[in-house]
Design a protein around this ligand. Structure first.
Ligand code: LFR
Length: 488
């Protein structure tokens, strides 16, 4: 029996989870869970990396207090963002978050000023999103960002936290691939793109493949937590790469939908697919484990729903002066099941929006953004919570259908199953609607795909399991999948 600790940070919340591998089965236990809110300051949006570091310390302390004997630790987070460190190794302020508006218009600026769009895609195979690290770094340069000028190290978020915990700085392959700086043909950061940015290669640290030892906890962290000199493994540092590694598929003929704040829909391929069509459809080729490529597309997932729910929560808190009553109402009225049940009583496809419209990326009010979109597109405006949720679910499924069609055209095989993993896989209605709309079998679960991928990669690094298919077999043996057959 062996225990591993996963530190799994998402764009809205984080958790520390212990995974126990015993006789070919893996069990999870959540130790801590915490919010990861954006900080709005001076016209920017930041992540609080210091607070995340402290939450990790708290998770490690809990591990020590509980006397859980862990083999290693792994960290995965969202992609694209990075932290800057100075000459003395100190963090140069909190990192800018990818929903910060500083990159608006920067892609076009970069293509005119530094490298044409087609060449960027040819070199990276990465979908164009204005928050890719490439455009964030360019925006920071254009805005004379003082941190960037002083930076001696630029580390992607999982690598930055790993550095803070071990003192060792690397550039982990899967998360590096989200930056649009990595060239899949060479497996390293692209020299021409770095030249275009005026940044030296060594600032990012040496490339580390997922499943290698980063280093051990610093004496300071050991003292703070009561743990020994435990190793941190560079797992697939990109949360989506960890999630895809955990898809409990039996063979290659599957597509996945990693469903959380984002919906990442794609296939796994042995090589990157970079051509005119993939660029036209804005598909991405991100790095996976065991030499695989994650050929996928970002779809705005539960983000819109999460934002609306947060706004409704605020509304209830302002309406209700008695706090206990407010909390009670929030619990009842905004329970996921209740919102979903009510949504399904509404007429289907009454209002359809494109979840990937830029106006939904980071609006001040999502409810207002939906209202404005519907007005502009002559769609009936959803008024009630149930109508809003129905509109969001229908719109998502509609988008899934379009993207799945494209994906099937690119796939060198017939996709016979869509694996839905992550928190969104708990929405049974959405799973069935997806199966119906796509006309394909849906298998839902695991919910904690990301943490499972993180843990299994640590087990792999420690020799506890073999390749990606062994990992998937262990996961499939440990969980119950829900099956949804398409209805006509
Ligand atoms: C999911 C994710 C996506 C990435 C987005 C922004 O959590 O990592 O894969 O495109 O966040 O980094």
């Amino acid at each position: 029996m062996k225990n591993y600790l996963a530190i799994d940070l998402g764009a809205t919340s984080g958790r520390t989870i212990v995974g126990t591998l015993d006789k070919g089965r893996i069990d999870l236990e959540e130790l801590t869970r915490f919010d990861n809110p954006l900080i709005a300051l001076g016209g920017h949006l930041y992540w609080d990396l210091y607070a995340l570091y402290n939450e990790i310390i708290r998770g490690l302390q809990r591990t020590a207090q509980r006397g859980i004997d862990i083999q290693s630790i792994g960290i995965d987070t969202w992609g694209c963002d990075f932290a800057l460190f100075g000459d003395d190794g100190a963090l140069l302020g909190n990192p800018i978050a990818y929903r910060d508006p500083h990159t608006n218009g920067m892609m076009e600026h970069f293509f005119n000023d530094r490298m044409p769009k087609d060449e960027v895609y040819r070199r990276t195979g990465i979908q164009f999103m204005n928050f890719n690290s490439l455009f964030q770094l360019y925006a920071m340069e254009q805005h004379h960002n003082s941190g960037l000028k002083a930076a001696r190290k630029i580390l992607f978020i999982p690598d930055a936290l790993g550095y803070m915990l071990t003192g060792k700085a690397v550039c982990e392959y899967t998360v590096a691939s989200t930056s649009q700086l990595l060239n899949p043909a060479t497996g390293d950061l692209d020299e021409e793109l770095l030249r275009a940015l005026g940044i030296a290669r060594d600032v990012f640290g040496p490339m580390a493949m997922p499943g290698t030892v980063l280093g051990t906890l610093t004496p300071e962290v050991q003292k703070l937590t009561g743990l020994g000199a435990l190793p941190i493994i560079t797992v697939a540092g990109h949360d989506t790469a960890s999630a895809v590694a955990a898809v409990p598929a039996k063979d290659e003929h599957f597509a996945y939908l990693s469903s959380g704040t984002w919906s990442l829909m794609g296939i796994e391929t042995p090589k990157a697919i970079i051509n005119e069509d993939s660029q036209k459809r804005n598909f991405t080729n991100e790095g996976g484990i065991d030499g695989t490529t994650r050929f996928l597309k970002n779809i705005c997932g539960m983000w819109m729903y999460e934002c609306c729910r947060r706004e409704w929560k605020k509304q209830i808190l302002t309406e209700e002066h008695d706090e206990t009553k407010a909390i009670q109402r929030i619990k009842e009225e905004l329970a996921h099941q209740r919102l979903q049940d009510d949504a399904m009583k509404e007429a289907p496809n009454r209002t359809l929006v494109n979840p990937d419209d830029p106006m939904f990326a980071a609006p001040d009010s999502m409810l207002q953004a939906i209202h404005n979109y519907c007005e502009a597109h002559h769609q009936p405006i959803p008024e009630t919570r149930a109508q809003v949720c129905r509109c969001l679910f229908d719109s998502l499924v509609n988008r899934y259908k379009t993207v799945f069609g494209w994906l099937q055209d690119f796939a060198p095989f017939t996709i016979d199953t869509l694996h839905i993993i992550g928190g969104g896989s708990l929405n049974a209605y959405l799973n069935q609607m997806t199966a119906d709309a796509l006309g394909v079998r849906v298998l839902a679960g695991p919910q904690e795909g990301t943490a499972l991928g993180n843990i299994m990669l640590q087990a792999k690094a420690g020799g506890g399991v073999g390749n990606i298919w062994d990992m998937r077999r262990v996961i499939a043996q440990s969980i119950t999948l829900k099956e949804y057959q398409p209805n006509k």
